[in-house]
Design a protein around this ligand. Structure first.
Ligand SMILES: Nc1ncnc2c1ncn2[C@@H]1O[C@H](COP(=O)(O)OP(=O)(O)OP(=O)(O)O)[C@@H](O)[C@H]1O
Length: 307
């Protein structure tokens, strides 16, 4: 296997008294699409900024292409959160600005603005754009820079659901062209495009792996009506969570090998909770369940050293 494109070793980052990252290790492999997942405020942007060289870790080190990271324009294209487009300029003037600024800026932007549906808005000032349009322009600009490593911070956050497949397609094309991509996201649906996911929780990477493997590591999920939430809380691992009008929770690990008395897991748990067995379903975990499992402190195997 080739060397990682980027290596984060023992990185901690604090702002004054507030610790955000704590002893984070992460290797970004050559040519992979890594999705860094975690809830709002957990430190995904800070970690990406450390990878981009625009923030300096309080401790530890970050190497990109074998060198300590600085803001290296030749190796990395970094889509910051809400910080690329200049509001006083039109869309086209923004493109021109970044084209002059960046030696590796390519003509790909024409294709990107077309596919993202903002080609007809290029003569309007960005101040008049919606949040989603600004994001599309910024994506078009960042993706038009020909760099071996792309760092995209919440690229789909302000976008309508219909645009997300277009963005995913763009990422897949970059990867097919041999590029390495790190996407930070709090949206479980972005797990779908990942070669690997890294979950960030409590300042640490708590799990890393291909989506299929991580899904297989999550226990089955119990689902019941919202009125049974407190009964479910008595029997599941972690706290129950609401999904589409129902409430879900993880089957406790002690049932991994089945029940002691030969009953079905569903029967044993519905009896223990006092929930009618017909009102309790056991379902396969989704990406949303996976996200909850690793970021809400339910998982145990990889978090034994948590604060
Ligand atoms: N320059 C800074 N000064 C002080 N605190 C900061 C700074 N940058 C980030 N933080 C804090 O670090 C924490 C992590 O922020 P960060 O933006 O990395 O979260 P995130 O995981 O990217 O969240 P989101 O999903 O909302 O984008 C937050 O508590 C934030 O307030």
């Amino acid at each position: 296997m080739s060397d990682p494109v980027a290596t984060v070793s023992g990185v901690s980052k604090s702002f004054g008294e507030a610790g955000v990252l704590e002893d984070v290790d992460l290797a970004v492999e050559d040519g992979e699409l890594l999705v860094l997942m975690g809830p709002n405020g957990v430190g995904k942007s800070v970690l990406l900024s450390c990878l981009a060289g625009s923030q300096t870790p309080s401790a530890g080190s970050v190497d990109v292409f074998g060198e300590p990271t600085t803001a290296r324009a030749d190796t990395t294209s970094f889509l910051l959160q809400d910080a690329l487009a200049l509001e006083s300029l039109t869309g086209r003037e923004n493109v021109d600005f970044y084209r002059r600024l960046h030696p590796q800026f390519t003509d790909e932007w024409r294709d990107h603005v077309e596919r993202l549906g903002i080609a007809d808005d290029l003569e309007r000032p960005v101040a008049d754009y919606s949040g989603g349009m600004v994001r599309k322009l910024e994506l078009a600009i960042a993706a038009s820079i020909d760099a071996p490593l792309y760092l995209f911070d919440e690229p789909t956050a302000a976008l309508d659901l219909g645009t997300i497949p277009t963005v995913h397609e763009l990422f897949r094309e970059k990867r097919a062209a041999g590029k390495t991509i790190v996407v930070a996201s709090h949206r479980p649906m972005n797990a779908d495009i990942a070669d690997r996911i890294a979950f960030l929780a409590d300042g640490r990477i708590v799990a890393t792996g291909p989506p299929d493997e991580l899904l297989a590591s999550v226990p089955p999920v119990l689902e019941t009506g919202a009125s049974n939430a407190s009964a479910l809380a008595d029997v599941v691992d972690g706290a129950p969570f609401a999904v589409a009008g129902n409430v879900r929770g993880f089957v406790p690990r002690r049932y991994d090998a089945g029940t002691d008395d030969g009953r079905s897991v569903r029967d044993a748990i519905s009896d223990a909770a006092g929930i009618d067995r017909t009102a309790l379903e056991i379902v396969e975990p989704t990406y949303t369940d996976l996200f909850t499992y690793y970021t809400n402190g339910v998982s145990t195997p990889m978090t034994s050293d948590r604060r």
